[in-house]
Design a protein around this ligand. Structure first.
Ligand code: PRP
Length: 184
C-alpha cells in the first residue's frame, strides 16, 4: 500500500501540469521586464513545488522569498484563523511583488497576505496561483495568473497535502473520501 492507493483519481496529470506551468511562465514573462523585475513570494508549504517549476520558466531577473501562513489545521476544513508562521527575509518596499500560491479556496489566506503585504508599500502586487476553487470563495480576491479552476474536491499532490502527506505526488489527485472522512 502506498500514497497512490489513497488517490481516487488523477485530476491533473504531470504532463498537463508541466505544460500549464510553462504557459503561466510565458504570461509572467510577458508582464515583467528586467527593469520591473518581480519579487516572487512563495507561500509555504503548498506552493514549493509550483514555485520550483515556475521559476525555471521565467526569463527575466527575479528574486524569490518565502512566507508561511497557517490557515488550516490538519483536517480539510478552514479554521478561519490566519497567522504568519514565517515572514519574508527581504524588504519589499518599491518592489514588484508576485505572490505564488498553490490553491485559492475561501480566499481568506490570500486576502490576509495581500492586505499585509500592501502595508509594506510594494510598487505593485499581483497573484499567481496554480489552482483556484471558485465555488468555495468567501472573499473576492483578484487573481492575475491562474493555472486551473478545480471543482470542490479534496485535491492533493504537487505540493498540496492532507495532514502534511501526499505533497510529493507529481500530479494533482483527488483523495478517496475514506482517507479524510474521519478528520472532519
Ligand atoms: C492552503 C493554500 C493556501 C490556503 C488556501 O494552505 O496553500 O494558502 O490553504 O485556502 P483559503 O483560500 O481557504 O484561505 P494550507 O493552510 O493548507 O497550508 P500549506 O500550504 O502549508 O499546506
Amino acid at each position: 500500500m502506498g500514497l497512490r492507493d489513497d488517490v481516487a483519481k488523477v485530476l491533473i496529470s504531470e504532463e498537463t501540469l508541466r505544460a500549464r506551468v510553462a504557459e503561466l511562465g510565458q504570461a509572467i514573462n510577458a508582464t515583467y521586464t528586467d527593469a520591473d523585475c518581480p519579487f516572487l513570494v512563495c507561500v509555504l508549504k503548498g506552493a514549493f513545488m509550483f514555485l520550483a517549476d515556475l521559476t525555471r520558466n521565467l526569463e527575466m531577473r527575479h528574486e524569490v522569498d518565502f512566507m508561511e501562513i497557517s490557515s488550516y489545521g490538519t483536517g480539510t476544513m478552514s479554521s478561519g484563523v490566519v497567522r504568519i508562521l514565517l515572514d519574508l527575509e527581504q524588504n519589499i518596499e518599491g518592489r514588484h511583488v508576485l505572490i505564488v500560491e498553490d490553491i485559492i479556496d475561501t480566499g481568506r489566506t490570500l486576502d490576509y497576505i495581500t492586505r499585509n503585504l500592501q502595508t509594506r508599500n510594494p510598487a505593485s502586487l499581483r497573484v499567481c496561483t496554480l489552482l483556484s476553487k471558485p465555488s468555495r470563495r468567501e472573499i473576492d480576491v483578484p487573481l492575475d495568473f491562474v493555472g486551473f479552476e478545480v471543482p470542490d474536491e479534496f485535491v492533493v499532490g504537487y505540493g498540496l497535502d492532507f495532514a502534511e502527506e501526499y505533497r510529493n505526488l507529481p500530479f494533482i489527485g483527488v483523495l478517496k473520501e475514506e482517507v479524510y472522512a474521519d478528520s472532519e
